[in-house]
Design a protein around this ligand. Structure first.
Ligand code: SF4
Length: 442
């Protein structure tokens, strides 16, 4: 049997797709490139923006055009939120919501037997009519089901030889006013530390040197097991064979001084932090329900710098998420964000997102929506700032000693790799150095 995969969205989705792939490979299914004809296609969708939903639908249509007889499996956040609508699409065989992901591999493997009996002629199922939520929107399913789920699908990525994304947490309880994720991925929950250290051991056994911890609200680890995030970090830090650890993203209020001091005390966790700010205006942070203000945010950045930086030491790489054009974001409030980043935080990189009005969220109902043209102009101003800040960050690291982990992919005779503080380097490809750490002067 031939199967092809495509994934949209976050590192969590990639870790889950990679886990499904391992299940099919173990059953001797052949994984073929997305553009090739296959018996089964799996689309791992995203619903974080309207554009992501559109891309998800287009991928389903493309698979059906490539192989009209094939069966299409749809999963991911969009599948959780718009299950019935997706089940109506041509070629779609099954749509798996957030609580059903563990059934994808076993149920699809049974498909093989069924297709043999049908002499290879698939019969996609069809259902009659969407379910209304009484406000003219097709949302009934996701407001209830998703918020109740308890199960956590264990997942880690293994496509790359050098780095792996390990899922340590899923879901979120915060319900920020602009965000659909809690509806798509359910309540905050996690696997036990013992399971995660075992998985990290499995990853190390494949020769992978670096693991990136991923989740929806990673720092909220421990909700369903009563364990602490810091204890997870300490346990993982002891796993043999993993040279470097990174945290893919962590809420500012959850990277506590205790965690910072421990990371800075000579562990394998790297000087690289991805922290969502979203806005530099306390008015907007309060309005959308974020759980910190700019003072707390700045104090955590300063604490990390004090603990991890110093003469001759690499600067810490801060990647900061910002949403522009949140409802009510006047030019004045945007300026607050701009100056907070340019003067106070001075990160190495900004991940800039235009606010996307998501049906079913509180912010979507708010009157003071910002025109798309204004959002686009503000995105451009922050991206220009990000370029300046990144150039300054590279300058500030000149002459500093760091270690780069060389990857095995070669382009134009060059190999690439990241330093601990997330600077991308290139050098003439040398297969002897693939997947090894090398000391360099920046
Ligand atoms: S913390 Fe807020 S923005 Fe992040 S996933 Fe949870 S609800 Fe969404």
């Amino acid at each position: 049997m031939k199967i092809a995969f495509t994934t949209l969205g976050c590192k969590l989705n990639y870790a889950e797709t990679s886990t499904y792939e391992r299940g099919f490979v173990a059953a001797q299914w052949e994984i073929v490139p997305w553009k090739e004809a296959a018996d089964v296609y799996l689309v791992n969708t995203c619903a974080v923006t309207e554009t992501a939903e559109k891309k998800s639908r287009n991928l389903i249509r493309r698979a059906h055009r490539t192989a009209p007889q094939a069966r299409i499996i749809v999963t991911g956040c969009y599948a959780e939120i718009h299950k019935q609508a997706l089940e109506q699409m041509e070629g779609v065989w099954k749509v798996y919501g957030a609580a059903e992901k563990a059934q994808i591999v076993p149920e699809t493997l049974q498909l093989q037997a069924a297709m043999v009996q049908d002499h290879g002629h698939p019969r996609p199922c069809k259902r009659e009519g969407p379910i209304e939520d009484g406000r003219g929107r097709e949302a009934a399913s996701w407001t209830i089901a998703a918020c109740k789920q308890e199960s956590v699908l264990p997942a880690y990525s293994s496509g790359e030889r050098t780095r792996s994304f390990l899922k340590v947490q899923d879901g979120c309880d915060n319900f920020c006013a602009y965000c659909t994720v809690p509806f798509a991925r359910g309540r905050s929950r996690n696997l036990p530390i013992a399971d995660l250290t075992r998985q990290a051991g499995e990853i190390a056994a494949q020769g992978i040197k670096e693991i990136v911890l991923t989740g929806v609200n990673t720092g909220d680890f421990g909700r369903t097991t009563g364990e602490r995030f810091l204890d997870l970090l300490k346990a993982l830090n002891e796993v043999e064979g993993i040279e470097r650890w990174r945290i893919s993203s962590i809420e500012p209020n959850l990277i506590t001084p205790e965690i910072i001091d421990w990371i800075a005390s000579g562990t394998r966790f790297q000087p690289h932090f991805h922290i969502p700010l979203q806005s530099g205006s306390d008015v907007l942070l309060r309005k959308v329900g974020r759980r910190y203000d700019t003072a707390l945010f700045a104090s955590r950045i300063e604490r990390i710098r004090q603990a991890m930086e110093g003469p001759g030491k690499p600067r810490v790489f801060f990647g900061i998420d910002v949403i522009v054009g949140l409802p009510g974001e006047s030019e004045e409030l945007f300026q607050e964000t701009f100056h907070f980043l340019e003067e106070r935080i001075r990160p190495a990189y900004l991940h800039v997102f235009p606010y996307s009005r998501r049906p079913g969220t509180r912010a979507a109902e708010w009157p003071d929506q910002i025109p798309e043209t204004v959002k686009a102009e503000r995105v451009a101003r922050l991206e220009a700032l990000s370029d300046r800040l990144h150039a300054a960050f590279l300058c500030e690291n000149k002459g500093v000693r760091e270690r780069v982990l060389w990857e095995s992919s070669v382009r134009g005779g060059k190999m690439g790799g990241y330093t601990g503080n997330y600077i991308r380097l290139e050098a003439n490809a040398d297969p002897l150095k693939f997947n090894t750490l090398e000391e360099v002067i920046l």
